[in-house]
Design a protein around this ligand. Structure first.
Ligand SMILES: [Zn+2]
Ligand SMILES: [Zn+2]
Length: 328
């Protein structure tokens, strides 16, 4: 009963086994003393039996191991390698088999090293691209034409980036339903509401737009409003802005702020070959083109004809097939 209940429990099995052994050993002890008249304590007799059993068990185990080892060796010796040698591959007796095994090991090591290198190139490629996209953006933000070609959302992003670079903390409002301002900036203890309009150079922001913005400034409780445009301001708008203390930044002011925030400009873009890791240089003024690295892989210059969004999409693209074209 108790044996059934403890089924599956090794410790309980052991104790039950020991108890049974003890009962058997006491029966044997009686028989032994009667038969031989040698006086021995039942517990000592039990320990002797135990030791004898363990010794025999170990010996049997060793014999089984030896037998299985010998039969395994026989089996290995009987196996004939592709070059017709018994035990040639299994016991490394055949030189050709030995060389092939060594070659396979080296090949496997090479594959591991190659995979590691690929991973490394991929990381470096991504890091360089990210850094060069930042350079690309900073270089282009100083171009009026570039700003005009941005989508309204990317233009808002650009203005926020500008004010961050000028030392403001900037909170960008959602693109839709922005409550009449595109961002809220703070510097020191002062809070600013920011509104941007991407207008053609000769298109003017009028007084009604400033009035709408002023309502937002009051709602935000900002110290001042910053109205930024790539175009200009009408006379009425300038007069109104003076009255309600809105700072106006027209296209020319914006360009000089951009130059102040992002003084460096790149004349060369670096692009890593995604296959081998070689860095290729593309002058900023060349058009769309590809370059071939020393290993013969072709790498396209993405900076000639891509928008910022397209460049950023490259980073998240997993497959190199779209970006690196053709492997010679
Ligand atoms: Zn062989
Ligand atoms: Zn290459």
């Amino acid at each position: 009963m108790s044996y059934q209940r403890s089924n599956g429990n090794g410790c309980a099995h052991f104790i039950v086994g020991l108890a049974i052994l003890y009962v058997v050993s006491s029966l044997l002890h009686e028989w032994f003393v009667r038969r031989t008249r040698i006086r021995i304590q039942p517990i000592a007799f039990f320990i002797l039996i135990l030791v004898a059993l363990v010794t025999v068990g170990l010996m049997v185990y060793q014999i089984i191991r030896l037998v299985s080892h010998v039969s395994e060796q026989r089996r290995l010796k009987a196996a004939i390698c592709p070059h017709g040698m018994a035990g040639g591959a299994t016991l490394s007796l055949c030189l050709a088999c030995k060389a092939a095994a060594e070659e396979a090991r080296r090949e496997a090591e090479l594959q591991i090293a190659l995979a590691e290198r690929r991973k490394q190139i991929e990381q470096q490629w991504r890091a360089l691209l990210e850094q060069q996209i930042e350079v690309f953006e900073q270089t282009n933000l100083k171009s009026h034409g570039y700003l005009l070609n941005l989508t309204p959302q990317r233009f808002e992003d650009a203005i926020c980036k500008l004010y961050r670079a000028l030392g403001y903390s900037v909170y960008q409002t959602p693109y839709a339903n922005d409550g009449g301002r595109d961002a809220i900036a703070t510097k020191g203890k002062r809070k600013y509401s920011i509104e941007c309009k991407r207008y053609a150079r000769d298109r003017a922001v009028g007084r009604p737009e400033l009035q709408k913005f002023y309502a937002a400034i009051l709602e935000d409780g900002s110290h001042q409003g910053l109205f930024i445009t790539t175009g200009r301001f009408s006379k009425a708008a300038v007069a109104y802005a003076k009255k309600v203390d809105i700072q106006l930044i027209d296209g020319d002011n914006l360009m000089s702020l951009m130059s102040q925030a992002f003084p460096s400009a790149s004349t060369v873009y670096k692009v890593m070959c995604r296959e081998c890791g070689e860095i290729l240089k593309f002058p900023a003024d060349v058009g769309a083109c590809s370059r071939t690295c020393k290993s013969g892989h072709q790498t396209r210059n993405p900076f000639a004809d891509s928008t910022l969004d397209e460049l950023r999409a490259l980073i998240s693209k997993r497959s190199p097939a779209k970006y690196v074209r053709g492997t010679k």
